[in-house]
Design a protein around this ligand. Structure first.
Ligand SMILES: [Zn+2]
Length: 338
């Protein structure tokens, strides 16, 4: 059986997992990303050693035929991670060239949002869909646009920054320095900020909510979701109603771009399920252009929580293997010419 090795490079840990065709992680390992500090050479050597070890394991039923790597600020076309702020290396790191040279296996690199979308297509709820958009709701908002049977990567691999489209609340400042980005309204920090604001309003009006018993600094998207689900607290629910409304309106705008069959919500903020999904669907149905009405589903990711990133990374290698990709050969040719 053909196996793919998925590697997710995160700010704290690098997760490795061997994935079979059924989307099962059959073997996994973890390497500390921070252990080597800014010493990228030592990190990549340790990572290559771990790849060789996990690929050569006699317990594997099949052969690892490709490696997929998901990382923040990763560029599919250059094969490099470019100045990712939350990784220990400040320079541009040629992950693909370094791992191919050290392991002899073909390596595909892409940013984690694109990896998530492909993971959903290979192993999750988007299986069989040719047109969908995956929205990752975490510390930021990432997105992967899959249209006409392929991921849209765009010029220099920079497509799919839907989180920085100005379809959020206009007065919210985004980390990118601009106002009104979707990310500034619906990512986890925005949910927390909304909870703090509503709690303050509640106290000012002499009312009470379960959220009033929680200090501001502990009001995270996770704790508010837990309160809402456990007690049905109306203020906690309102936090997600407001978040969902902004997101639903944004998705209605995005629909015009690639006419997807589905939007798929993924990441920490989406884990509360219907609490977010219902207000998103309501706002979406109200705002979407009539020609799309009834044709676009809004779904939750079906990838298992702890394995989603590794499955996404493995799917990069799987997709490359299934669909011959001429851009890679063009890239190789251009390196030969220069
Ligand atoms: Zn922004």
């Amino acid at each position: 059986m053909s196996l793919y090795l998925g590697i997710d490079i995160g700010g704290t840990n690098t997760e490795l997992g061997v994935v079979n065709e059924r989307g099962q992680v059959v073997s996994s390992q973890t390497l500390s990303t921070t252990r080597y500090g800014a010493d990228y050479e030592s990190y990549i050597t340790a990572l290559a050693d771990l790849i060789k070890q996990i690929s050569a394991s006699p317990d594997l039923e099949g052969e690892v035929i490709g490696i997929g790597v998901g990382a923040p600020n990763a560029n599919y076309f250059s094969g490099c991670v470019e100045q990712a702020v939350n990784l220990p290396w400040t320079k541009t790191t040629p992950i693909v060239a370094d791992l191919e040279a050290r392991t002899g296996l073909p390596v595909v690199l892409d940013n984690d949002a694109n990896a998530s979308a492909l993971g959903e297509h290979s192993y999750g709820v988007a299986r069989g869909l040719d047109h969908f958009v995956e929205i990752t709701l975490g510390t930021g908002v990432g997105s992967g646009i899959y249209a006409d049977g392929r991921l849209i990567r765009g010029y220099q691999g920079k497509a799919g920054e839907l989180g920085h489209m100005a379809v959020g609340e206009p007065d919210q400042l985004c980390g990118c320095g601009r106002y009104g980005c979707l990310e500034a309204s619906v990512a986890a920090p925005a949910v927390a900020r909304r909870a703090v604001r509503l709690k303050k309003l509640c106290l000012e009006q002499g009312m009470w909510s379960e959220l009033c018993d929680i200090p501001d600094e502990e009001l995270t998207s996770k704790t508010v979701a837990e309160v809402a689900l456990a007690t049905g607290d109306s203020l906690a629910r309102q936090v997600f109603d407001e978040t969902g409304e902004v997101l639903g309106r944004a998705l209605a705008q995005f629909a015009c771009f690639s006419a997807p069959q589905a939007f798929i919500l993924f990441g920490g903020v989406a884990r509360c399920g219907d609490l977010l999904l219902q207000p998103v669907r309501k706002a979406f149905d109200k705002e979407v252009l009539h020609i799309y009405r009834g044709s676009i589903e809004i779904l939750l990711s079906s990838l298992p929580k702890g394995q989603a990133a590794v499955l996404g990374a493995a799917s990069l290698a799987r997709e490359r293997n299934l669909s011959y990709d001429s851009t890679r050969d063009l890239r190789l040719l251009s390196t030969l010419w220069h």
